[in-house]
Design a protein around this ligand. Structure first.
Ligand SMILES: Nc1ncnc2c1ncn2[C@@H]1O[C@H](COP(=O)(O)OP(=O)(O)OP(=O)(O)O)[C@@H](O)[C@H]1O
Ligand SMILES: [Mg+2]
Length: 510
């Protein structure tokens, strides 16, 4: 007799159906797993046998064959333990096989028969719900899986014995509650930053339109401080975004306690990060930092210290909003719609451009350092600002600066305007100005006559690329939204162009 249990394999954040078939037949005593298992799946044999033994079931003294179908799809990870064990129990008659038919199963087994948490419970639950099936997952993953739907049938047992008792009707498992992290109020506040009004304004504009931002300045001027305060002014995730972000975190095994949060991701990888860590990949084609920052912020501190290859790998995700990882045996796409925030010193000694300071290595100090960032990557950054050293008078001034909560209100208003405008136009691919298509931005950000002549002059004098032209329009649209103005005027364009120019000014000043 063949017992069948449904489980999943993950391809990106998609859960692909996999059938676990277990057959007990006369032959050489032992258990074999076939169907392209990787090392973790092959080792599942030992865990399943030990867990069954610990649960009071002995392995049959026959030949046990486990087939993972479709046979040509590579199976990776430890979540096949539970479906294999339940299939075996069904084949042994310890649990009724027909009751298993309505469930998708995933979970890892410990040797003592308890069920350990696995990555990917949320995408598996959403996939199962779409098929009209229920889900059996580890107890720790229950709160995460419960997000898939209100009437969705979930069993989240702690051990093999608990699930067997549930099917026998002796100890019925209750449905887990959807878990959410309480909104944290401990975010660092913009009010801590003294002076730096231009930088704060740029941070607000970046937050309002989802624009990429580069801060250049001497050591200790507050660049890292500013970036760390960006989450406190960003609006919370919308329900659809929350689910997407959580699916990626789930596949990466990063959902703490199975709880979801509506806070936008803020990822700040160290500059020693490898290419695989940044864009994803490795043995299981895991999502990288750009995907974990989906719908949120990727903060790269000490920008030029990242390897040039790692930085250039960001070019494609920044343009398309997703990240494709191709491996010899499979290809995986993860969403990666990010807002890039970067901070750097103008040169190796950090002081180029500061009044009264000359680099010891002269001009090369600055050019060598800045050349580590490629032109095309820089072209994708809409707002480039200088963050000069804070003056002593600013530092000792007693009055507190504006609080994050007040700035967040303006940002939220500007974002609402954008969202409503996109809904009116029937644009579904974007919710912020930074991410809308060039054809759309030309339509919604056409400046008035004087603005247009300014834009024409600036594009000619500064030799804007086509991308730069569209990006200036996007920033101008955001500036108009912050002013609650439907018309993009000359003043908005002038400010937008100034943000693009400032890095060239740094170069000239040095
Ligand atoms: N504008 C500011 N207001 C108040 N404190 C500041 C300000 N700028 C810097 N500081 C102080 O200086 C410390 C260092 O700031 P921060 O780490 O943001 O500098 P940075 O610009 O990132 O420097 P580096 O280029 O060396 O990374 C902060 O912890 C804070 O104590
Ligand atoms: Mg810093």
């Amino acid at each position: 007799m063949v017992a069948r249990v449904r489980t999943v394999a993950f391809q990106g954040i998609e859960a692909v159906p996999v059938d676990v078939q277990v057959m007990i037949a006369p032959g050489k005593v032992g258990m074999q797993i076939v169907g392209l298992p990787d090392k973790a799946v092959a080792e599942s044999r030992e865990r399943v046998q030990a867990a069954l033994h610990a649960s009071g079931l002995s392995m049959p003294s026959k030949k046990v064959t486990v087939n993972l179908a479709p046979a040509d799809l590579p199976k990776e990870g430890s979540h096949y333990d539970l479906p294999i064990a339940l299939g075996l129990m069904a084949a042994l008659g310890a649990i009724p096989g027909d009751m298993l038919a309505g469930y998708v199963v995933l979970g890892e087994l410990s040797l003592d028969g308890t069920i350990a948490a696995v990555a990917g419970a949320l995408p598996a639950a959403i996939g199962a719900n779409a098929e009209g099936k229920g889900l059996i997952c580890p107890f720790a993953c229950g709160p995460e899986a419960a997000w898939a739907g209100k009437d969705f049938d979930i069993l989240a047992p702690r051990s093999l014995i608990a699930i067997a008792n549930h099917f026998r009707g002796t100890q019925v498992l209750s449905r887990p509650e959807a878990g959410i992290h309480a909104a944290a109020r401990d975010l660092p506040d913009l009010a801590d930053i003294k002076g730096q009004e231009t930088a704060k304004r740029a941070l607000e504009v970046a937050a309002a339109g989802g624009h990429n931002l580069l801060m250049v300045g001497p050591p200790g001027s507050g660049k890292s401080m500013l970036a760390q305060r960006l989450p406190s002014i960003l609006p919370p995730l919308m329900p659809k975004e929350l689910l997407e972000v959580s699916m990626i975190a789930s596949v990466a095994g990063e959902l703490g306690e199975g709880k979801l949060t509506d806070r936008r991701p803020f990822r700040a990888p160290h500059h020693s990060a490898s290419m695989a860590a940044m864009v994803g990949g490795g043995l299981r084609a895991r999502p990288g930092e750009v995907s974990l920052a989906h719908h949120g912020v990727l903060f790269l501190d000490e920008f030029p210290e990242f390897t040039p290859q790692t930085l250039d790998a960001l070019r494609q995700p920044l343009e398309t909003g997703d990240c494709m990882i191709a491996r010899a045996n499979h290809r995986v796409t993860y969403p990666a719609r990010i807002q890039l925030v970067a901070a750097m010193n103008p040169c190796r000694c950090g002081m180029a451009g500061e009044p009264g300071y000359r680099c010891l290595r002269g001009e090369r100090c600055r050019t060598d350092y800045q050349a580590r960032i490629s032109g095309p990557l820089l072209d994708r950054i809409d707002l480039r600002i200088e963050v000069p050293a804070v003056s002593a008078s600013d530092l000792i001034r007693p009055d507190r600066a504006e609080k994050s909560a007040d700035v967040a209100l303006r940002v939220a208003r500007a974002r609402t305007l954008q969202r409503e405008r996109f809904e009116r136009l029937g644009v579904t691919s974007a919710t912020t100005n930074a991410h809308c298509a060039p054809s759309v931005i030309e339509e919604i950000a056409m400046p008035d006559a004087s603005g247009l002549s300014l834009l024409k002059d600036a594009s000619e004098k500064l030799a804007f690329s086509a991308r730069a032209y569209h990006r200036v329009l996007k920033v101008a649209r955001t500036l108009a939204d912050l002013d609650a103005s439907e018309i993009v005027g000359r003043i908005h364009l002038a400010e937008a162009i100034s943000y693009r120019m400032s890095s060239e000014r740094v170069a000239q000043a040095a």
